[in-house]
Design a protein around this ligand. Structure first.
Ligand SMILES: [Zn+2]
Length: 155
């Protein structure tokens, strides 16, 4: 999934890490002759890459970034109170992750990652939902669930 570079920091051994719009981090290394990215070693070079696009495989795997903080929780909802907007394709806001938690029963879940996710979530299951990715719940019977919204830790 294509994301934008929104910042840079160094890891504990001094390698440069791109901060992505999805809240994932990705190493960008200059290791000739295998990885030729001399620009990453200069302030100017990194600056020109801000706002450019980069592939984020962690988003396609729906791996929740580390260190997020809970902003709010929607629900709990059951099969009757679940808002119509969650039953059809919808998206979590930019720079926000969803975490769907099923507390009883089960529900179908579909998401437009690459490859797409199509699964049934049972009581106790968690499903991370990356920002901006279309997804929908398919209610076919009794269920209770809630959705946590997670954001980057404060400054
Ligand atoms: Zn990502």
């Amino acid at each position: 999934m294509i994301r934008q570079i929104v910042g840079w920091h160094r890891d504990e051994v001094g390698d440069w890490v791109a901060e992505l719009s999805c809240l994932h981090n990705q190493h960008v290394r200059h290791r000739p002759p295998f990885q030729e990215r001399p620009w990453v070693q200069t302030h100017e070079g990194r600056g020109t890459r801000l706002g450019t696009e980069i592939e984020c495989p962690l988003c396609d795997r729906a791996e929740l970034p580390e260190g997020l903080r809970l902003a709010r929780t929607a629900g709990p909802f059951d099969q009757d109170s679940l808002p119509a907007g969650l039953r059809r394709d919808h998206r979590v806001a930019e720079r926000t992750w969803g975490r769907l938690r099923v507390t009883s029963g089960s529900v179908g879940f579909a998401m437009g990652t690459d490859p797409p996710v199509e699964r049934r979530l049972e009581a106790g299951d968690d499903q991370p939902i990356p920002p901006g990715v279309p997804h929908a719940l398919r209610v076919g019977g009794p269920v209770t669930l809630q959705v946590d919204f997670l954001v980057a830790p404060g400054p």
